[in-house]
Unconditional design. Structure first.
Length: 245
């Protein structure tokens, strides 16, 4: 089984970190391939950068020249998952939805701890769109930029732990969700300190994706995620019709 996991930013070192975390939970017969978009920002922390990431990821995935069984979009609250589902028939898993849905098996309410405050509305909107918001106690910002997560894991853990503690004490959360692909690997540290389940979107998405593949399930092509209509696309990075993929 081959799963493509797409970093939403152009920082290759972060792609490598995400792949390592993903591979650590993947079944032995599963190959994880990291995808880094050529178009986009070095870190995604807002709507403008998120929309760029969506185009960059779709372009990179649809020009990948080998077979694959599923795709994971490793951006928390980012745009683009729906576009990938139109372009592909394999399962497409977004780590936002993977983490939130997993958390709902473990407690009545969950809280998301993310990066900068400006990303909070994007995550809230994504949870509403996915129908996962009703059991979300809160979305809290750690105050750290994505680049800071990569630079110092101890500082990152401390900032996430502070907000996770407040989420439990003030927001009545029972499960903590890590709201950034760059936080992958912090789950065990936070869980050991707090004594509550801590869910990482990258690892959750890997296990969901492999399960869907083993069940023989693919993205529905009826209505919502039907293959895009054939038409000329001016300036699209692929320089071809989506239906050619």
């Amino acid at each position: 089984m081959r799963i493509l996991i797409a970093n939403v930013n152009t920082t290759r070192s972060m792609t490598e970190m995400i792949v390592a975390i993903a591979q650590s939970v993947a079944p032995p017969d599963t190959e994880i391939i990291g995808i880094t978009p050529d178009l986009g920002a070095e870190s995604v922390e807002g709507n403008f950068e998120s929309y760029l990431a969506a185009v960059g990821v779709m372009s990179k995935i649809t020009t990948y020249n080998q077979s694959f069984d599923a795709v994971i979009q490793a951006g928390y609250g980012e745009h683009g998952r729906e576009g990938l589902q139109e372009l592909l028939d394999v399962p497409v898993i977004d780590i936002t939805e993977a983490a939130a849905s997993t958390a709902m098996f473990l407690g009545r309410r969950y809280s998301v701890i993310t990066t900068l405050d400006r990303t909070v509305p994007l995550i809230e909107d994504r949870l509403v769109l996915a129908g996962l918001n009703e059991r979300c106690a809160s979305v809290r910002a750690s105050g750290l930029a994505v680049s800071q997560l990569e630079a110092d894991s101890k500082v990152a853990a401390k900032a996430v732990l502070r907000q996770a503690t407040l989420a439990i004490e003030e927001d009545r959360a029972e499960v903590i969700v890590l709201g950034c692909g760059g936080m992958a690997g912090l789950d065990r540290t936070i869980q050991d300190r707090l004594g509550v389940p801590v869910v990482d979107g990258v690892t959750s998405a890997v296990l969901i994706a492999t399960s869907l593949v083993r069940l023989g399930l693919k993205t529905s092509k009826v209505r919502t995620y039907a293959t895009p209509l054939t038409k000329s696309l001016s300036g699209w990075p692929l320089q071809l019709s989506p239906t050619d993929n």
